[in-house]
Design a protein around this ligand. Structure first.
Ligand code: PGA
Length: 255
């Protein structure tokens, strides 16, 4: 018996969203989303640190999850510019994106650092969204599976088997992020089934339960086809999430 996996549609605002914009956005989104009990998917917003409390307050009781876009593995200390898990919990944040390709590429996020961050997030009760994905060169060189095996293996190394299913993985091919070049439904299915199989190497039960999302130029007009793939459990949406109407249409496409 295959367990039912609730789809998850998460918006990643990246570097967008003053507090004023965040509050206006949340109001618009709530007017567009069906009530939590009638939603086809869990819905989350990954927002800048400075907008977290605004979103938590505006979305209270709506069932929409609020996530940070990064977190330190440290609790406190001499780590200038960092934000810890307890600080996020204090704001009643639900989850955190870890290892987004932009953080890996521009800010030196490493697999080793992620290996420390994942257990810290889980122990704190934050729902992590771990991002993985290959570059165009890696795909063309036939290295996609090697890259995914490495990223997933390293990041989940210190996560106990019984907590694996509490992680959400977002497969985001780097060539599709912000480029308008979306993976085909078949490419998304193939890579995500492979990610699931990698988790299966640790625990078959976790592999069946863990949610693996697609990310990379997901839009209202391509989402339904991708989300219909057997192993695709949702989407991490960047650009299209900045428009509440587009984002709500992608949520609807999960139904
Ligand atoms: P995009 O970004 O939808 O703008 O391609 C996705 C992401 O980076 O999470």
């Amino acid at each position: 018996m295959m367990p039912e996996r609730t789809p998850y549609i998460a918006g990643n605002w990246k570097l967008w969203g003053t507090r004023a914009q965040a509050s206006e956005y949340c109001e618009k989104l709530l007017a567009l989303l069906p009530d939590a009990s009638r939603r086809p998917a869990d819905v989350g917003l990954c927002v800048p640190f400075t907008a977290l409390d605004v979103c938590v307050e505006a979305l209270a009781g709506s069932g929409v999850l609020v996530c940070a876009q990064n977190m330190s593995a440290e609790e406190s200390g001499a780590y200038t510019g960092e934000i810890s898990a307890p600080m996020l919990l204090e704001l009643k944040v639900d989850g955190v994106v870890l290892g987004h390709s932009e953080r890996r590429a521009y800010y030196g996020e490493t697999d080793r650092a992620l290996q420390e961050k994942l257990p810290v997030a889980l122990a704190a009760g934050l729902k992590p969204i771990l991002c993985v994905g290959e570059t165009e060169d890696e795909r063309e060189a036939g290295d996609m599976e090697r890259k995914l095996r490495h990223q997933v293996g390293e990041a989940l190394h210190e996560v106990p088997d019984e907590r694996l299913a509490d992680v959400v993985i977002a497969y985001e091919p780097i060539w599709a992020i912000g480029t308008g070049k979306v993976a085909s439904p078949e490419q998304a299915q193939e890579a995500i089934a492979f990610v699931r199989a990698l988790v299966g190497g640790r625990s078959e039960e976790a592999a069946q339960a863990i949610r693996v999302l697609y990310g990379g130029s997901a839009k209202p007009d391509n989402a339904a086809e991708i989300l219909a793939q057997t192993d695709v459990d949702g989407a991490l949406v960047g650009g299209a999430s900045l428009d509440p109407e587009d984002f709500a249409r992608i949520v609807a496409a999960a139904g």
